[in-house]
Ligand binder design. Sequence first.
Ligand SMILES: *[C@@H]1O[C@H](CO)[C@@H](O)[C@H](O)[C@H]1NC(C)=O
Ligand SMILES: *[C@@H]1O[C@H](CO)[C@@H](O)[C@H](O)[C@H]1NC(C)=O
Length: 549
Amino acid sequence: MKFTVAVSAFLLASSAQAASFRRRLSFERIAGYEPRSQVTDHNAIDLDQQAIEIQLAMGTTESFNAASKIYTDGAFSKSVAKVQLASPLTSSVAEGDQITGLNADGAEVVGTAYASYSTGADVIEIQYRTLDLQSSYVGCQVGANPNPNTVGCFAPTGTLSINGEGSVSYTYNPLTDNGNKRTIQGFSTAAKEKMHDCPNCPYSTYKKFYDYYGAFDYANQWVLAAFDGSRTSFSNGNADFGIYGFEGKGEAIKKGTAFMNIWMYVIREMEDALDDCQEGCSIENCNDDPVHAWDEAVAFYTGSLEGKDGSGSGVLLHALADKRCENFKTCGDLANDVTGTSHVNLEIFRQFSIGLNKLLQAQCSSAREQKERIEQLMAVPMIQGALRYAYIIDMENNSGEKAEAEGATFAAAVLPLVHACNADAAATIYDSLRVGNNGSANFQKVKSAFESVYECMGIRAEYVGGYYDMTTGQYFKGAAPAGVSSNSGPNVGLIVGLTVGGFVFLLLVYVLSVRRGKRAAADVQNKLEQSEVAQEQPEQPSVEASEVM
Ligand SMILES: *[C@@H]1O[C@H](CO)[C@@H](O)[C@H](O)[C@H]1NC(C)=O
Ligand SMILES: *[C@@H]1O[C@H](CO)[C@@H](O)[C@H](O)[C@H]1NC(C)=O
């Protein structure tokens, strides 16, 4: 892959000061990014999202309850066993101490103490060891998993060896006592502590969301209200999901979890990396923690389903950016293609790699530039999503709850950023795309409102593109990118150019015909026609309209 090669070349070229890291084993890539720490367990958070989506798609009370449990309890990330010891601990156990036992087949299971336990404790939690290989990152995936995998879990009864010493008998129920310490809900419920109250907090982007919604766990409240079919009580941007059936609620939930809960946590990890980074530090591995946090940001942005090169079928932000670029003709390095990796992902991954390198070289304050660039780009697919559904509702007269819920959730994921630039623009977008607007969105108003804040948001209109009809090879009516003069196709500029050029040319033809006679003029006219034929090659739609995400 071109991108991968470019990244490798960059890392090689600038690894002079990161010599100590060269000795470390290299980790499996994440959509081309080369992590410097193990984040396979973090990368697996997308399996929670996928499991939620599968349950939501079934559209029953039972399946929504199952989805809700995966959201609140987790299933695939940070697996922990809670075991009952036959006799209390005779000496204390420190967090991280190694604890081993056997699975039901008698194979060794390795874990570590999840917390510190004092002498006398008789219930302990053991975090399962995770591996570097994504395909086998952990063997115990229970929690709220509708299809629990207990192969790598501790057996129901047995003995544990703590720090290689002694043996302590235990019992537990593998199906109810194996849980998860990382959940998609937790990304939002921890926001107050991790994004608002921490020493360098509130983080700038989080603050905009908090200021707009007036709730620390706004993303969680959105998702819970959608599950409940109830009303949010934010200071702005409220939604009453009571009008929705499973379809509308399902869209609000699955887009909320991925594009509100996880979206903000990606930014939190980058902020965390910058917080812990020691500027100019040259002690070996002094910035391991920031590097790990940065790797986590990439994992939460991407997820395991994208695979090593990003060609997989993911369910997180990486996948969304690539779907939206097909709708808005912003794929590829030049953001002008309808297929391939989105410009947003190409640029974000370039920035992820540059940021990683700066952290490795202890250029902490300089790495803030990458965080900010990535944050700006992360808003683009949300704007594209909001525009797309504004168009579908308004111009295609689609008043169904599915389109409305999709538009409302994309808007909810970006409105605080718009509001921070211009409260009126945010109100305009909300009025069109709110839950319960009953088919009366105004696409042109939404489009103009977004365009009015691009500069403030640090976004170029080219990144957002225009809503594009692949079957005609033209932008949809009135949906061309800001700055492109009219309603029709991408070759508008070209056609206008040809018309003006042609007029000048005809003038020249006229002058020539007067001066040199009709024959010379006919030659020129001929050439003009040929050049028009050559230049007017309509764009061929190259892929089918992508599935609605
Ligand atoms: C939507 O409704 C308007 C007004 O009733 C109509 O002019 C237009 O053709 C409709 N568009 C589609 C795609 O059905
Ligand atoms: C929504 O629109 C439909 C048709 O346009 C109409 O019949 C219905 O009463 C409207 N509902 C509300 C709550 O306004």
